[in-house]
Design a protein around this ligand. Structure first.
Ligand code: RIB
Length: 305
């Protein structure tokens, strides 16, 4: 299965703290870790570890962080022929604080990610058009996301858009998307619905469908995920684990979802596979270091029928 990912690459600076600070407060943490991250690169690495033949289209800076990010992608077998080393702007950096329950606060200095442009997409055109699925998120410029989505749509390539971080989306862009995968907060942001129970999840999904989408998968953390399309709504339960860091759980979910769909699994099975992969990732610290390999997810699914 060939998967192209257009998106961001960051280096994550992670501090583990007993609890998240409130504005103006200093909280002393107990460890500092540097790890590879960025929603786009995380999704690319996840899809590769789950068996995809993955190309990453993005930008890093011409600095030590960019060199390490490229090495990480390459070590995972991701094709980086269309990952540009920006000659001027530094690599993207994320500062992440993670509490004892695995919850986090993330701030990002986008750096080179903000320079990903239409020409970069055009250079990767052939590779995108040879893909089964194009994966997108919102950490690179909107117009680049739209350009890539339109290119894929017009050539019958399925597009998964993970609308993170939350950002207004217009109906034209939504019209190019095969599957939208917001989490609870992003679905609330996009619809104005307060999600409190299964009914409100479904309602949020229906509002998004009315805007031209054919399928929405709303991820709900420990409550699993809901697949909503014109045929109805189906809840896929989560796997329960002791989470130490939920960073990149959505990215792992999306990478696994893309591979499973490209393999021809149905939506229920694909989401179940993605839920298992995401759950395992939350038991480890960091974004890319936490992503399991396909065999581990398969073994997990056998143990949790
Ligand atoms: O989704 C998690 C990612 O968000 C982190 O790896 C961080 O880099 C930010 O992009």
């Amino acid at each position: 299965m060939k998967i192209s990912v257009v998106g961001s690459s960051n280096t994550d600076m992670i501090i583990k703290v007993p609890r998240l600070p409130v504005p103006g407060e200093t909280v002393i943490g107990d460890s500092f870790t540097v790890a590879l991250g960025g929603k786009g690169a995380n999704q690319a690495v996840a899809a590769a570890r789950f068996g995809g033949d993955v190309t990453f289209i993005g930008r890093v800076g011409n600095d030590v962080f960019g060199i390490q990010a490229l090495k990480g992608l390459k070590d995972d077998g991701v094709n980086i022929d269309f990952t540009v080393k920006d000659p001027v702007v530094p690599s993207g950096i994320a500062q992440i604080v993670v509490d004892e329950n695995g919850r986090n606060i993330i701030t990002v200095a986008s750096g080179a990610n903000q320079n990903l442009c239409e020409q970069d997409i055009m250079k990767a055109r052939k590779s995108i058009l040879a893909s089964d699925i194009l994966m997108l998120q919102l950490e690179v410029p909107n117009q680049t996301v739209r350009f890539a989505a339109k290119l894929a749509f017009e050539n019958n390539i399925r597009v998964i858009l993970n609308p993170a971080p939350a950002h207004p989306l217009d109906d034209e862009l939504l019209g190019y998307i095969s599957v939208l995968t917001p989490n609870k907060q992003e679905a609330e942001y996009l619809t104005g619905i307060s999600i409190t129970d299964e009914r409100s999840v479904e309602l949020a999904g229906r509002i998004l469908l009315e805007r031209g989408l054919t399928r929405v998968i709303i991820t709900l953390g420990t409550k699993g995920a809901m697949v909503i399309d014109n045929g109805g709504a189906e809840h896929v339960p989560a796997f329960h684990v002791k989470s130490i860091d939920t960073t990149a759980a959505s990215d792992v979910f999306n990478g696994a979802l893309a591979v499973a769909l490209a393999e021809g699994k149905n939506f229920y099975e694909s989401v179940r596979f993605a839920n298992a992969a995401a759950a395992i990732s939350t038991t480890r610290l960091g974004a890319q270091p936490s992503i399991p390999k396909r065999e581990e997810v398969m073994a997990w699914l056998r143990k949790h029928p």
